[in-house]
Ligand binder design. Structure first.
Ligand SMILES: [Zn+2]
Length: 419
């Protein structure tokens, strides 16, 4: 069976209709309906496994009750009858969503109450003609909302809009061409670029956002074994044979534990369902002293090599050029020569402020796609979609709102050390 999934995006337009009385009446019956459904809920006791307490679980009344309610609310209702259906549907969906959360333990056993004014516009109550949407309020009485100043295309299927006292929220099916484009290039949406650092591995993909894998436990491990080795030095100074034995024993143990841990991380990286994982290409010359400054941001080279080869055993890996992945701005592409080892990357050209590791992983992601940084792409993908940029406005050319929010990875992973 082919499942057809329609995806909607909701757009908003302002209006200046004066419908206060109507909104009030709708909210009123909506809360009454919620009350009616609430009173009809049947509660049954369920024992919690392993505990003495019992839990009350709700059963929502059936369709026949809905029908009875409809007839009752239609008496004396001065607006179009379909609004009663709309309120009923909304009341049931509010109760059902309360139930879902209550069963999960996220809500109390308390009747939901609607405070804000809104109405759900059923298909039978609206009609779009040209640049206008016509909504029926009372039988043979309509209002029109002008859509000519909208910023979005009016193509495709339209879902049930929500009307509030000031705005109309219009769900529109995302256009077919967009869906087809996604179908043609499935892999493009499913790549992760990974940047390696001393204390974390940071990944980026538009579908997952910013993924941070913490490597601090690995460093804890090293500190532990460094201390052990120092203690063995004491033994060695007194008894060389015994000392050598202990060095070998603990050196081996440390290597095994590091290897286990890296295997753990590699598995976690490979568990992301993507077509390819992108890493910087390792250059042999990098061990050279000339590249000493790179040591600042590199986790131990040999670890990095090991991790890469472990991931490669588990999932497809792509390697990209490591040139300036940290110093290029992932938004405008300019080279930030002044970047030292600070945590935040600040672009002197476009004003972007972003975590330096996230910046690098976005660059790696872009290189996997063979793409160059573009402001439009960056703003649409990161500013519009993911609340993850620690950036500030610097001038009118700057990014949209929400960018000065403190940034946090969407996915944070810290695997415990195994003993
Ligand atoms: Zn820039």
């Amino acid at each position: 069976m082919v499942r057809l999934v329609l995806t909607f995006k909701t757009y908003s337009v302002s209006h200046n209709l004066l419908l206060d009385q109507f909104f009030y009446s709708y909210k009123n019956i909506l809360n009454q309906m919620i009350g009616d459904v609430w009173n009809q809920i049947q509660w049954r006791e369920k024992t919690i496994r392993g505990k003495k307490q019992k839990r009350l679980l709700p059963t929502i009344p059936s369709y026949s009750f809905k029908k009875k309610m409809r007839d009752r609310y239609l008496v004396g209702w001065e607006y179009a009858a379909h609004w009663v259906d709309s309120a009923l549907k909304t009341a049931f969906s509010i109760i059902n969503s309360w139930k879902k959360n209550y069963v999960k333990g996220n809500r109390k056993r308390k009747k939901p109450f609607v405070k804000r004014c809104f109405v759900r516009v059923k298909q039978t109550l609206m009609k779009i003609s040209g640049e206008k949407i016509r909504i029926t309020i009372k039988p043979h009485e309509h209002v029109n909302i002008d859509l000519s100043k909208r910023y979005f295309p009016l193509k495709g299927k339209i879902g049930e809009p929500i009307l509030t006292p000031t705005k109309l929220h219009l769900p529109i099916e995302t256009s077919n061409s967009e869906q087809q484009r996604k179908k043609r290039q499935p892999a493009v949406e499913q790549l992760i670029g990974w940047d390696s650092n001393k204390f974390s591995v940071d990944g980026f993909s538009p579908s997952h956002g910013w993924i941070k894998i913490d490597l601090k436990p690995l460093h804890t491990l090293h500190v532990t074994y460094d201390n052990k080795m120092r203690a063995i030095n004491q033994v060695y100074s007194k008894n060389r044979r015994k000392g050598k034995q202990l060095y070998r024993k603990y050196g081996k143990r440390c290597r095994n534990r590091v290897k286990n841990y890296l295997q753990h991380i590699a598995k976690r990286i490979a568990s992301f369902p993507v077509a390819q994982h992108g890493f910087e290409k390792l250059e042999k010359q990098q061990m050279n002293r000339k590249h000493k400054k790179r040591w600042n941001r590199e986790l131990n080279q040999s670890h990095w090599r090991k991790l890469l080869s472990l991931v490669r055993n588990l999932a497809p890996v792509a390697e990209v050029s490591p040139k300036y992945t940290s110093k290029n701005c992932s938004r405008c592409g300019e080279l930030n020569k002044a970047l030292r080892s600070e945590r935040v990357f600040e672009c002197p050209f476009c004003g972007l402020r972003i975590d330096r590791q996230l910046n690098a992983s976005i660059n790696i992601y872009l290189r996997m796609r063979g793409a160059s940084p573009r402001k439009e792409w960056f703003d649409a993908t990161l500013a519009g979609g993911l609340p993850l940029i620690e950036a500030e406005r610097s001038d009118h050319d700057e990014l949209a709102r929400g960018l000065n929010d403190a940034l946090k990875p969407q996915v944070y992973i810290c695997l415990p050390l195994t003993t």
